[in-house]
Design a protein around this ligand. Sequence first.
Ligand code: SAM
Length: 238
Amino acid sequence: MDYFYCSPEKIIESTLEIDGEEFSHLVHVMRKKEGDEIRVVDGRGTAYDVCLDLIKKKTARGTIHATYAHHHELPFDVTLAVGILKNPSKFDFLVEKVTELGVKEIIPLQTDRTIPSHAKADRWKKLALSAMKQSGRSVLPRVSELTTLEEFIREAGSFDVKLIAHERSVDAHAGLTMVQSNARAVAILVGPEGGFSDDEVERCVAIGWTPVFLGERRFRTETAAIVMTALTVFLQSR
Ligand code: SAM
C-alpha cells in the first residue's frame, strides 16, 4: 500500500485534497489516477483509506472510506535529543532511522563539544516526512530548531524516564530497566562526536537523568542514537 501525506487542515469530513509537492509525488512519480486506492496519513496519528475521485492540474481530491486512529504508532512517546554532527549528512541518516523506529520528536543539540554548525532543520523535516510515509507511520516526528543542552534539560520535567547514553557510566543497564515500567514519555540524550563533557553528564545525572552504558565498544553518535531508540522501543513494548 503506498502512503501519502495530507495536512490535517485539508481533510474535511470524508473528503481530502492533496496538493503541492505531495501532489507531484502522487501523480507524476507514483502515477496514481482517478479510481486508485491509496492510504493517506495526516502526520498527527491518523491514517485513511482513500479512493481518488478527481485529479486536476495541481490538486487531487479523494473520498475517505476507512479511518485508523494511532496508526502504526508506539503506545508511548520517545524524544531524542542528540548532539549535532560535523557532517550534517550523517545526521540525515540518524533522522531517517529513528523516524522509522517511532520517535516522536528529534532535538538537534548544541553541547560543550559540538562543532558550531547550522542545523538543517528544514532538510531534516523533509527526511522525517519521507521516512514516516515509507515506514507506514501516521505521526510526523517534530524536528526542532537547534537547542542548547541547557535549554533542553531545563524543560525536560515532563518525561517520566530520562536516559543519557554515556560510554563511561558504571551502572550499565540501570536506565534501560526503567524503561520496562509503564513509561508514557521517554527522553534519550546522545552526545556529539566529542561526547558529553563530564560536567554535562554530572549536571544531567544530578537532575534525574539515568546513564546507560552500551558496552565497551565506542559507537558513533548516529549508531548510539539508533541503538538507544531501538532498545527503548523494544524493551517498553514487551
Ligand atoms: N567522547 C567519546 C570518546 O571519544 O570516547 C565518544 C563519543 S561517541 C562518538 C558519541 C555519543 O554516543 C556519546 O556521547 C554517547 O552518548 C554515545 N555512546 C557512544 N558509545 C557508547 C557506549 N558504549 N555506551 C553508551 N553511550 C555511548
